[in-house]
Design a protein around this ligand. Structure first.
Ligand code: ZN
Length: 131
């Protein structure tokens, strides 16, 4: 896979806080129910914490009860998927299509029409309120 924004590991380490670096570049997972964006109810957009591409809107967010911000769809073309076989099971990792930042995973058990649940680390995204 190739990405529009490619930076060295060192550059990312300099640009991102250590928490964000661990998630976005090393695929760490924040503790469930710890994220600052879990209970955002305002209208707005969620963008990549590394390159600021808009990934989700508040209309796509729902409360999944899983402990991480969850979305039933993403903005078209903003996310790429990769099979992740860590933790002895197969999951689908989601990455920012622009900078390859690790966001979380997508599952096929969503409650809405899309059937999808994008499970995203708060540390990987920023929220901007509209208005
Ligand atoms: Zn990005």
């Amino acid at each position: 896979m190739t990405f529009e924004i490619e930076k060295s590991d060192e550059q990312w380490r300099e640009e991102l806080s250590s928490d964000r670096y661990a998630v976005l570049r090393k695929a760490a997972t924040e503790a469930p129910f710890s994220g600052s964006l879990l209970h955002v109810d305002a209208d707005g957009v969620f963008s990549c914490g590394a390159c600021h591409q808009v990934l989700f809107t508040s209309a796509q967010k729902f409360d999944s009860g899983c402990g991480w911000p969850s979305f039933d769809a993403c903005e078209p073309g903003t996310i790429v998927e990769r099979v992740d076989t860590s933790l002895f099971r197969e999951r689908t990792e989601i990455l920012c299509s622009q900078c390859s930042g690790h966001l979380g995973h997508v599952f096929n058990d969503g409650p809405t029409q899309s059937g999808l649940r994008y499970c995203v680390n708060s540390l990987a995204i920023d929220f901007d309120k509209t208005n």
